[in-house]
Ligand binder design. Structure first.
Ligand SMILES: Nc1ncnc2c1ncn2[C@@H]1O[C@H](COP(=O)(O)OP(=O)(O)OP(=O)(O)O)[C@@H](O)[C@H]1O
Ligand SMILES: Nc1ncnc2c1ncn2[C@@H]1O[C@H](COP(=O)(O)OP(=O)(O)OP(=O)(O)O)[C@@H](O)[C@H]1O
Ligand SMILES: [Mg+2]
Ligand SMILES: [Mg+2]
Lengths: 254, 254
């Protein structure tokens, strides 16, 4: 099973949109996919139509209760795609696990237990460097750093890359880092210059695919569906499809 | 002194851009302004040109150390505008103050001590519902909920409004809430419909001013200056100037 944490401490750079649409296209390509919502905002859950106000169990239980497995909580949203939904209760975890030993390995242990049941696990992270993002980085073999063309987003991307490298050294865990640029608007010089700078800084870690800006993503989120089930031929849908093909092609290299 | 917390748990909806440009225009209008950066990302500090990698003291010290006053830490960035800068150290506060009594009143006490030295205090908040945002809500007499046209952002705005109302009831503190729409793109039907829906939901709490989308904000952030010192005549600058005039006009109503 491949597992990918979608991260950037900077808010609003396209993490949830990437997690939802990558997971959805991987499922469309026939992969068995698990999406874990590690953000108390629960937008990945909402973005796939899950009613997060009436959950009996959620990501919170997976992390807090040793008896709760991924399968006890996950919900099938489309064929081949299961979601571990979250809700606001998850924001209590930082304080409740404060000082507890091994608190950063909670998600890792639960994902290891379902290793054979899925081909891909995608973890959507909140815009912060706290315990939830840390659990996702430790649990996943790969990290996808999502950026939009902005100095603040680049600053966040560089910071989270530092944290991931720290985890590699301290825990001796192998982690691949890939970088994705979203909300690209080729009409502005700023975006063009930003892409050039990002390619210089991140080199081969950058995906070839760049996700172009389109209002279709907000519309799809409003309806609680992935872009491929809302506007399958729009630029944004084609871009996430080509990203998914790049991710699958990576399998040979691993 | 009026104090305004700029909030929304949703990431990337324009909180920092609003805090920086509102503070800067208030100072241009001759008000004595304090901007407190309560986000460990420190983008409000960076957006006003402060070097956050070499700070001796920061928001962290103001919240952790009873001896440290606002004046010990604040930096003058332009005439009439002082900033209490932050850096990544601030993200440790949630764990370090976990369980300590009175931890939500730390910022309030420090702002009360400088009540007579400033006309306005603006507090930039991180994209989360943790202790930092809670400190800002308790410390400030007003909250400005910032939204961009998106279902996720509206969801975040409604949640944070609930938290603010909870603080009002539990602590008996009077809090005014105002709502600002940013990144408005009048070419898309989605933005137009969103504005109409927001006006229905929030009514008189909505500012008349709407901040239009323009790439100039990313350019200004890249140079570490407010929009009025970068592109004073662009739509974005005029929008924040008119917002500031609305905020000042509110003084009569308070
Ligand atoms: N390529 C795109 N073009 C236009 N809008 C986009 C694009 N990708 C995402 N968006 C929109 O931008 C907003 C921010 O995206 P999203 O919520 O996915 O970011 P995020 O990083 O998950 O935010 P947070 O930090 O709050 O978790 C959403 O309203 C989303 O619909
Ligand atoms: N009116 C606007 N038009 C276009 N871009 C904007 C506008 N306002 C802000 N931006 C850009 O959008 C991005 C997000 O804005 P900003 O960082 O202020 O949001 P935020 O809510 O503070 O994010 P976070 O949740 O990470 O703190 C930034 O790159 C900023 O330059
Ligand atoms: Mg998100
Ligand atoms: Mg911000």
């Amino acid at each position: 099973m491949r597992s990918i944490a979608v991260v950037n401490q900077k808010g609003g750079c396209g993490k949830t949109t990437t997690a939802v649409n990558l997971a959805s296209y991987l499922a469309d390509f026939g992969k068995r996919v698990l999406l874990v919502d590690c953000d108390p905002q629960s937008h990945a859950s909402i973005g796939l139509g899950v009613d997060t106000d009436n959950l009996l169990t959620s990501t919170y239980d997976v992390l807090m209760n040793p008896q709760t497995s991924i399968h006890d909580v996950s919900v099938e949203v489309t064929e081949n795609l299961h979601v571990v939904p979250s809700n606001v209760v998850l924001s209590a975890i930082e304080q409740q696990l404060s000082g507890k030993p091994d608190r950063e390995n909670r998600l890792r242990r639960k994902l290891d237990a379902v290793e054979g049941d899925f081909d891909y696990t995608i973890v959507d992270c909140p815009p912060s460097v706290g315990l939830l993002t840390f659990n996702a980085i430790v649990a996943c073999s790969e990290a996808m750093v999502v950026m939009e063309p902005s100095y603040y987003s680049l600053h966040g991307a560089l910071k989270v890359t530092d944290s991931i490298n720290l985890v590699r050294e301290q825990l001796g865990l192998k982690k691949r880092i890939r970088v994705l640029l979203t909300m690209f608007d080729k009409r502005t010089r700023f975006s063009q210059e930003f892409l050039r700078e990002a390619q210089i800084r991140f080199g081969r870690e950058m995906f070839d695919t760049v996700i172009r800006r389109t209002v279709r993503f907000r519309e799809a989120a409003n309806w609680g569906v992935a872009i491929s089930h809302y506007a399958r031929t729009c630029t944004g849908a084609r871009d996430y499809k080509s990203l998914t093909q790049e991710v699958i092609a990576d399998e040979e290299r691993l």
